[in-house]
Design a protein around this ligand. Structure first.
Ligand SMILES: NC(=O)c1ccc[n+]([C@@H]2O[C@H](COP(=O)([O-])OP(=O)(O)OC[C@H]3O[C@@H](n4cnc5c(N)ncnc54)[C@H](OP(=O)(O)O)[C@@H]3O)[C@@H](O)[C@H]2O)c1
Length: 287
């Protein structure tokens, strides 16, 4: 494969560890609608073990996926790998009795979610907890209160570092006046480049940026641009999409989700793919 002849991207430091640039997100290891267990839990466990074998080190997850089902599988897979991975979870949402995803951002709900994370993974296992916000990117008292609760939980040793997810510039700037922020996890991809301002702020501030939905299906012209470059480079569109993110900024750590070992291996291999400048420009301009 042409990729093997290229040099690849350097590892990055996250929570004091050197980690490869492509991580993994567990959201696909559930039943339909991110609820219930995956159709084949043994296959999901094999996938997580393959990810660890490939030295994938950044795992993004949340107790409300399932709820708890990918986390339980991940905890099982990680038993023999403690200390090597960066386990990143999220608090701030949950499913209500009608199976709708609703916000859970009050101090009480954040603490309840944290207890759930700790009961699955155990004390000392969680590297980053993202405060997952929503569509409201304004700086509000609710946001200030939620951040203060995150700081209190970090101080009492529940986890190592605070991350933020789905936040805007005002929220990130405020948070940085209060505490260190290890990572931001917002939507960003070839198909969705709206978050450039937050991304650039994290790049300047030395904060890791974990784009979710890195393989988002975009417009017909974005899909065509990915397909064209994949064809020219003899790789897949998903690999081009991931590599474009790695080139976009040195602090980006994509967390693609998949239930397929073939796709996992393909996504992992994208770390070695170098894109020509013309491809980078083409994909940045695709609308
Ligand atoms: N912070 C937040 O608010 C937030 C929100 C959403 C998601 N997340 C996190 O971000 C992670 C990634 O997001 P995501 O899973 O929604 O989207 P994604 O990674 O962009 O795409 C996943 C989809 O792409 C497919 N896929 C994966 N690799 C592929 C490949 N090499 N070739 C072709 N298709 C491929 C998967 O299907 P197969 O299973 O068939 O491979 C799945 O349908 C999640 O797992 C979750 O951890 C965070």
């Amino acid at each position: 494969m042409p990729m093997s002849a290229t040099t690849g991207h350097s590892d990055i430091e996250l929570v004091g560890r050197r980690v490869p640039r492509i991580g993994y997100g567990t959201m696909r290891l559930t039943g339909p609608g991110v609820l219930g267990p995956p159709a084949d839990p043994a296959a999901a466990l094999r996938l997580l073990e393959r990810a660890l074998q490939l030295q994938i080190a950044v795992f993004d997850t949340a107790w409300y996926y399932g709820p708890d089902t990918p986390n339980q599988l991940l905890a099982q897979a990680l038993r023999r790998h403690t200390g090597r991975v960066v386990l990143a979870t999220k608090l701030g949402w949950e499913y209500d009795s009608s199976r709708r995803l609703v916000s859970a951002q009050t101090p009480e709900r954040l603490r309840a979610g944290m207890r759930r994370d700790l009961s699955t993974f155990g004390a000392g296992a969680i590297s980053i907890v993202h405060l997952r916000w929503g569509n409201d990117r304004a700086l509000t008292d609710d946001f200030r209160r939620a951040l203060a609760t995150m700081m209190e939980m970090r101080e009492n040793g529940s986890f190592t570092a605070i991350g933020l997810s789905n936040v805007g510039v005002a929220q990130l700037e405020y948070a940085l006046t209060q505490t260190d922020i290890e990572s931001v996890s917002n939507s960003f991809s070839v198909a969705d480049q709206r978050d450039e301002e937050v991304l650039d702020l994290t790049t300047r501030g030395g904060i890791a940026y974990l784009p979710w939905l890195p393989l988002r299906a975009g417009t017909a012209s974005q899909a065509a641009a990915l397909q064209t470059w994949a064809h020219r480079l003899a790789v897949t569109p998903a690999q081009v999409a991931l590599s474009w993110l790695l080139h976009r900024a040195a602090n980006i750590i994509p967390i693609p989700g998949t239930a397929s070992i073939k796709h996992l291996e393909e996504n992992h291999a994208a770390e070695r793919l170098q894109l020509p400048a013309e491809a980078l420009a083409d994909l940045a301009a695709a609308r």
